[in-house]
Design a protein around this ligand. Structure first.
Ligand code: 9MR
Length: 480
């Protein structure tokens, strides 16, 4: 995208402001389920289409969710909602809209997914050429807000800057806007507080600071909004995860974030751990603008992947928060697309983090050519991964050339249940052979392609697991 130059400038500011702690044990922090198991979430964003549909609903139907599981074996969706749909008029919440969202969450529940609700915005709101905020909280100051191409350039239109400045309090005509955002989130959280398919809330998609950028934005108005929203949500929902995003125009490209540590009021309860996660996006510049993964583009992209890892680890350490990559994707019809997908999957495994691919909307960036018709990239996106690890993960990786899924983890007090891995039928048509340095019971769900291992505790010894495809008639220990 053409904001790269701007992003570089902001990044330099970030480099001065963001001090890595250097010793945060961030890799010990995982998103966990009710049994204490570490969840490695893998899925799609659903969906860009909901930004523009009349009822705010995505393109998917219940059958599409089933097809998503059967094609990709995913266990997670980052589901887009919009403030303009939640609160079309000041103080009037549309519970019919939330009921429609809840119905779709039910479709994902039926397929065993976890759902992250993402309060989406691009370019503030529809009244200034974007989506997200309702018109009644959009004050463009009467300045121009003409939609640009590429769409990200609309962010620097004067009317858009004015609208953000009013929201963030850089201008002071509307101090109520932010409080209304927090109140809308509180309403959403109270609506979904007892829904166990909901993993949590992504407080704001790809924040943009208007005329305040870089560390001044992230440590100032952005952190302030996040802390207020966290505190308010905790009054109605003590348990779901709350995810925060950095300023996108830097972090998406592997530049530093200055987001500070945020406090989770739930820790006031003895024994309760913070449930705040860090959810940055990944869009290396050549890939973001729809380029190839070859030649110079590949070189630049690889450097971005490396710096993204370093910077995200630093921020996560500072925040003491587990990481979930909320968006990544590419024009999958471009040269080298499958290699880029492989390399991001390797990065995700190295960092032991989950992700949501952008996006499910049928088209060139999607695993779907058309609803129900997988595109070529679908087979590449369908990969082996641990869904849940019953202990403290140490490392895992999937080698696509040898089809070996390797996992190491330690026992952890209080964690119960099985370690579950997804083995894609393309690579594991007859299931998997297990090598494990200890006793276990295995259960293979051949229709869902999930291998569940209940492993005996081995105090002081790391579990070491290798799974390879079963070759019928060759290996007696096959459980496929
Ligand atoms: O892919 C989306 C494109 O079709 C829209 O025009 C654009 C503006 O709404 O948003 C794109 O999706 C972006 C997402 O909302 C935020 N992260 C980056 C995505 C890809 O550019």
């Amino acid at each position: 995208m053409n904001l790269v130059v701007l992003a570089c400038a902001i990044g330099l500011l970030g480099a001065v402001g963001a001090k890595p702690s250097g010793h945060g044990a961030w890799q010990e922090r995982f998103i966990t389920d009710s049994q204490g198991r570490a969840l490695i979430l893998y899925g799609l964003n659903t969906s860009s289409s909901s930004k523009y549909s009349a009822d705010g609903m995505p393109w998917i139907k219940q059958a599409d969710v089933a097809a998503e599981y059967n094609t990709l074996g995913t266990d997670f969706v980052r589901y887009l909602i919009q403030w303009s749909d939640v609160e079309p008029e000041p103080g009037v919440y549309d519970d019919h809209y939330l009921a429609e969202v809840r119905q779709r969450i039910g479709w994902y529940q039926a397929q065993g997914y976890q759902v992250l609700l993402d309060m989406h915005q691009d370019v503030y709101g529809a009244a200034v050429g974007g989506n997200g905020a309702p018109g009644w909280v959009t004050d463009s100051g009467g300045l121009a807000a003409t939609v640009q191409s590429p769409w990200e350039m609309t962010y620097v239109q004067p009317g858009v800057t004015h609208a953000y400045d009013e929201f963030w309090g850089t201008r002071t005509d509307h101090p109520e806007y932010q409080q209304q955002y927090v109140a809308a989130w509180t309403h959403v959280a109270s609506y979904f507080a007892r829904n166990n398919t909901v993993l949590g809330y992504d407080l704001m998609n790809e924040p943009w600071g208007g005329s305040v950028q870089g560390p001044a934005f992230e440590t100032g108005p952005l952190a302030h909004l996040y802390q207020n929203a966290i505190d308010a949500i905790r009054t109605v929902d003590p348990n779901h995860w709350i995810f925060v995003e950095p300023e996108a125009a830097t972090t998406n490209y592997g530049l530093p974030s200055a987001l500070p540590k945020l406090d989770d009021p739930r820790t006031a309860t003895p024994g309760a751990e913070a449930r705040i996660g860090y959810a940055p996006h990944l869009y290396p510049a050549p890939i973001d603008s729809g380029g190839t993964y070859s030649g110079t583009d590949q070189y630049l992209t690889d450097r971005t992947l490396a710096s993204w890892q370093t910077q995200v680890q630093r921020t996560a350490a500072r925040m003491d928060a587990p990481v979930l990559m909320g968006e990544w994707g590419l024009d999958a019809t471009q040269d080298g697309a499958h290699l880029y997908v492989d390399h991001v999957q390797t990065l995700l495994d190295t960092m032991m983090i989950g992700s949501a691919y952008w996006s499910s909307d049928p088209g060139s960036w999607s695993p779907w050519k058309a609803p129900g018709k997988p595109s070529d990239i679908a087979d590449v996106l369908a990969t082996a991964y641990p869904r849940a690890i019953a202990g403290q993960p140490v490392d895992f990786s999937y080698d696509k050339s040898t089809l070996e899924l390797t996992m190491d983890w330690n026992d952890k007090v209080g964690v119960t249940g099985s370690t579950d891995v997804y083995l894609p039928p393309g690579d594991f048509p007859d299931g998997g052979d297990v090598q494990l340095n200890g006793d276990y019971k295995a259960k293979w769900d051949a229709s869902r392609h999930i291998l569940s291992l209940t492993v005996k505790a081995t105090p002081g010894v790391t579990h070491h697991l290798v799974i390879t495809p079963t070759v019928p008639g060759v290996n007696e220990s096959s459980i496929g």
